[in-house]
Design a protein around this ligand. Sequence first.
Ligand SMILES: *Cc1c(COP(=O)(O)O)cnc(C)c1O
Length: 414
Amino acid sequence: MDYLQLAKTYKTPLYVYDLAKITDAFSEMKDAFKARKSLVCYALKANSNLSIIHHLAKLGSGADCVSIGEVKRALKAGIPKYKIIFSGVGKQDIEIEEALQSDILFLNVESEEELFRIESIAKKLDKVARISVRVNPNIDAKTHPYISTGLSENKFGVDIEQAKSMYIFAKNAPNLEPIGIHFHIGSQLTELEPIKQSAQKIAELAHSLLALKIDLKFFDIGGGIGICYTDETLINPYDYAQAILGALYGLDLTIICEPGRFLVGESGVLLTSVLYEKYNGKKRFVIVDAAMNDLIRPALYQATHEVEYILKGNRESHTLTDNLCDVVGPICESSDYLAKNIKLPSLQAGDVLVLKNAGAYGYSMASNYNTRPRPAEVAFMGEDVRVIKHRESLDDMMRDEAELLQNYEDSKCD
Ligand SMILES: *Cc1c(COP(=O)(O)O)cnc(C)c1O
């Protein structure tokens, strides 16, 4: 793809997604589990653009949602309700109510109190709520602490003993139907062993629940498979599936997996234009038009995105420099950087930098900090490029406040 041309046509900062890569990643995951009944539920929070979700829906994907907003996005993008699950530690009553009314596959329950809440809401609506309990296996996923979720010190899920009593309660409650069991130990996982151990622990629990005549149908292994940002060794989806299938020996359950990053991460890049170069003392900075509000992963997780450069105007030869640089944005925070201590030739205004592997947790974590409009998004399939989200305008950002201010000022004059 001609990124320089895209940058020219659609301006920067710009997210660009290659839909073919999403197709490939989806097929790889689906094929890995083909020995069993399985459902891939894309974790929408990685990238919740409707066109991206729609592309996955056409491939047969379901959706793992963590807010009622995401459930509505999934439905709008064409994911059938019977392939949608709703997870999250803090579901509000209204979210539970709307999820039950939407008749989605099930809710992943993360506390005893939430289970009681779901029961009473289901009773009020005269519905039967299909549920699954998220069990916290207390296993270290060995990833960044902010995206580790499977230890008892993390807020997610319930311990095994508590899970058991919740299942017994649910079995005896006419408005609850426990049909699944769930765990998710973290994100950007690069080691298989913690997943394998978790699956074994949870499978053991599933055996004992089935012995209690709790009619489980789904074994939901969460998401978290990592991608390669720098030099990580990766979990191969085939090995991943084999580890899960091994743990599930003797259990006739449909496997649900919830990959987010794995499906969309490598499909996306963030294009940004160089504005200036400068030296503070010996320290070299390349200042670009994208910032932490567009891509917060470096600032938030010290994440690394590989950077490629494209020189404008067919500059064949360029000045090489051995001075490493930081690529930084215009935001007034020292944490506002996109890359640190990397090698780049000396650059001019208008040259384009390509931040790779930015398809997951890029746009979906973007904000308006510093009153910066969120970037545009385009997707391509072969040579066919289309806009899937317009760049926000200043008007978009201020309309509501401006109207409220105007109303207030008008009312004072009366
Ligand atoms: C975030 C999340 C996922 C997806 O994680 P990835 O690392 O993007 O695969 C899946 N399931 C749950 C419950 C999550 O919170």
